[in-house]
Design a protein around this ligand. Structure first.
Ligand SMILES: C[S@@+](CC[C@H](N)C(=O)[O-])C[C@H]1O[C@@H](n2cnc3c(N)ncnc32)[C@H](O)[C@@H]1O
Ligand code: SF4
Ligand code: SF4
Length: 322
């Protein structure tokens, strides 16, 4: 209980203060643009107009030569903390390729850092912060997207890890995987799972979930929110927002500052200027829009638990628990 209260206070400090002062207290750093996988439709490589005529190996070689050093990150984080930054989101490419930066960020900001990883490189167990691992489906679908044998490696790395929330990107043809993911991971120690949609680039909505499949996904997500209250870390309200799409100014800029892999501040989210914001399927703007427009929806036990339950012990659940 004490830990949960401490986390709630952290969140009030990070987002409440940003709301009052109009000064973001969470900074997102693309700590590397390199990656050890080659997923199709990845916005990092596919949405950037500068990369249109380059293959991924060329991109990765080029960006690797311009990343910030650990010394530079140390100076940067010190400066950011002095400016009022209280929380970091580390992203990539694959952020665990810069474990030196992850470890330093943890020493500096403690549990108020987070990241999302493809799960191939295990994050040392003494780094006690919550993070997300990407899962695109059951073993066959996940490996079809990410490469043969990848699912098994992730499962071995993380099935007994309380720090992990599975972050599941639904794309055209994979919405039948919602239940498969739950079946695969329900009896493990991970904190739970949340689902979102692939955001397409402007002018080509074909890789994302549309039409009848989208309606099916909506029914499925509402169903699993009810059926797996201690595993599916979403609420009905969050699911509804996911299907409403982005109607107004995206709230991510109000609460977060964004920096690319060279440490340059950018004025769009990391999906870049070519992302089709009207079909944005990301989940972070939804939490932030709840915070800015529907804050009273946060006064709900399930939502508070999603945001604040400590990730250092197994959360109690039984298969199919209602
Ligand atoms: C770009 S990856 C970076 C972190 C790490 N490499 C990983 O795969 O988790 C972050 C998340 O974005 C998702 N993603 C990739 N392309 C996307 C797109 N076009 N729209 C929405 N999410 C996307 C991935 O599935 C992953 O869950
Ligand atoms: S692992 Fe992450 S960053 Fe790498 S290609 Fe896949 S989605 Fe993109
Ligand atoms: S709506 Fe926001 S989070 Fe989504 S792609 Fe656009 S700027 Fe990024």
């Amino acid at each position: 209980m004490f830990e949960q209260t401490a986390r709630l206070i952290d969140l009030c400090r990070i987002y409440g203060l940003a709301s009052l002062t109009k000064k973001p207290a969470r900074y997102t750093h693309e700590v590397t643009r390199r990656c050890n996988l080659y997923c199709p439709h990845c916005y990092v490589y596919e949405f950037n107009p500068l990369y249109q005529h380059l293959d991924r190996q060329q991109i990765i070689k080029d960006v690797g030569e311009h990343e910030l050093s650990l010394d530079e990150y140390e100076t940067l984080f010190e400066r950011e903390k002095a400016q009022g930054c209280r929380s970091l989101f580390l992203i990539g490419g694959e952020p665990t390729l810069r474990m030196d930066v992850v470890e330093f960020a943890y020493r500096f900001f403690g549990r108020n850092i987070t990241l999302i990883s493809n799960g191939l490189i295990k994050i040392p167990s003494d780094l006690k912060f919550p993070f997300a691992i990407s899962i695109d489906g059951g073993k066959v679908i996940h490996d079809g997207i990410r490469g043969s044998g990848i699912w098994q490696r992730i499962f071995e790395n993380y099935h007994n890890d309380h720090r992990v929330q599975l972050s599941c990107c639904l794309r055209k043809g994979t919405t039948d995987q919602i239940q498969s993911i739950i079946d695969d991971w329900l009896d493990t120690d991970v904190f739970g799972a949340s689902f979102f949609f692939l955001t397409p680039p402007k002018g080509d909505a074909s890789p994302t979930v549309l039409g009848e499949e989208r309606e099916y996904a909506k029914r499925e997500l509402h169903r699993v929110v009810d059926e797996y209250p201690h595993f599916v870390r979403m609420t009905h309200h969050l699911v509804d927002l996911l299907f409403e799409g982005n109607r107004e100014e995206c709230p991510v800029f109000r609460y977060t500052k964004w920096y690319d892999y060279q440490g340059k501040e950018i004025n769009h989210c990391l999906l870049g200027i070519n992302a089709d914001c009207r079909l944005c399927g990301c989940i972070s703007p939804l939490y932030l829009s709840i915070l800015s427009h529907h804050w009273w929806k946060l006064v709900d036990k399930r939502m508070i638990d999603i945001l604040t339950l400590p990730r250092d012990r197994k959360q109690c659940r039984r298969r199919g628990e209602r």
